[in-house]
Ligand binder design. Structure first.
Ligand SMILES: O=C([O-])CC(=O)C(=O)O
Ligand SMILES: [Mg+2]
Length: 228
């Protein structure tokens, strides 16, 4: 494997990423044409965290967290660590010691296709984590990999410096060059949803609001009178 550490990739502005993160993953994902989601496998270990950060990417060998140690040195305030492995691995590559070192550097959280451990401590220290598994399985520090190279997570290409957003609904990537567009579209979607919410509170049906009766007709759906 080609091993490389890129020391200073261009990053999205932390301020822009923070503002985008406020909209939440579902809204931004929808606003960008249902793109960017890193898949349902990456689950939050905590409740209620909503964060955004600039990706520092880490490619590890399975069962080996050497490159996470190398990545910590590359992290800056506003970053979010994205870890994956060269083949599927659910071992506990990451825990509270790494989180302690990252929190010191102002890192916003971790998204990883691996397992994590020390989850009670991670929750207690408010270090947000999205992972594919929880596993106490220990790992070694023996094999070189890469830091800040493009990686693929959940079928999505992540470049170092891209925006990563994560909350209770999952994690997503927004390419650095799409952040402004994502904000404009997310704001529009938020306003549209607020109008729909007001209408639904008053009893309006989605069928009428979105013109879906015509759609059902088009699809040849037959209504059967319900007994209520
Ligand atoms: O040290 C490790 O291998 C992972 C871990 O448990 C920690 O970061 O606390
Ligand atoms: Mg530990």
């Amino acid at each position: 494997m080609r091993t490389v550490i890129v020391t200073d990739p261009p990053r999205a502005s932390t301020e822009q990423v923070d503002k985008l993160a406020e909209y939440g993953v579902a809204t931004v994902h929808e606003a960008l044409g249902r793109t960017g989601l890193l898949g349902p496998e990456l689950r939050p270990i905590q409740d209620g965290a909503r964060v955004g950060g600039t990706a520092v990417t880490v490619l590890c060998w399975p069962g080996d967290n050497l490159m996470i140690h190398a990545a910590v040195e590359q992290c800056r305030p506003g970053d979010l660590l994205v870890v994956t492995t060269t083949s599927t691995c659910h071992d506990g590559l990451f825990g509270e010691l790494f989180a302690t070192a990252l929190a010191y550097r102002g890192v916003r959280g971790l998204v990883t296709t691996t397992g994590v451990r020390d989850v009670a401590d991670l929750r207690a220290m408010d270090f947000p984590v999205w992972s594919a598994a929880v596993s106490a399985q220990g790992t070694v520090k023996a094999t070189a990999g890469a830091v800040n190279v493009p990686v693929v997570v959940g079928g999505q290409l992540i470049h170092p410096g891209d925006a990563i957003l994560a909350d209770d609904d999952g994690a997503m990537v927004v390419p650095r060059e799409d952040i402004d567009e994502a904000r404009v579209k997310s704001q529009a979607r938020t306003e549209k949803e607020e109008a729909a919410r007001r209408a639904f509170r008053e009893g309006e049906l989605g069928l009428d609001r979105y013109g879906l009766r015509e759609k059902l007709k088009e699809l040849g759906v037959t209504y059967v009178a319900a007994d209520h």
